[in-house]
Design a protein. Structure first.
Length: 102
């Protein structure tokens, strides 16, 4: 949330757009104050909810495995390794498929 003091997070722009006006409307101000009282009365529930949010954030933030080296990229790397071998006389094994540095 972009409003100061509010730590709400949203997965979509639409969710944020629906949430922000609640900070400024007079109808919802009484609802928000009653919600904060409930949170103040039960700190254990707030702690549990915070832990749940952190767990779900950790799950969502794991990187997805992607292979960024396609066949064309590997051919370019192999070609440059062979050129490096020829220019510097480094011993390599595997005809460009692997390089061993000693």
């Amino acid at each position: 949330c972009v409003v100061g003091g509010c730590n709400a997070t949203f997965a979509s722009q639409g969710g944020l757009a629906r949430h922000v006006p609640t900070h400024f409307s007079t109808q919802n101000s009484s609802k928000l104050s009653s919600q904060t009282k409930v949170k103040e009365e039960s700190p254990s529930k707030a702690g549990i909810n915070k832990r749940r949010k952190l767990k779900s954030k950790r799950r969502r933030s794991l990187p997805r495995p992607h292979d960024f080296f396609d066949a064309q990229t590997m051919d370019a790397i192999r070609h440059r390794a062979i050129c490096l071998n020829l220019a510097t006389h480094i011993e390599s094994q595997g005809k460009g498929h692997s390089v061993v540095f000693h």
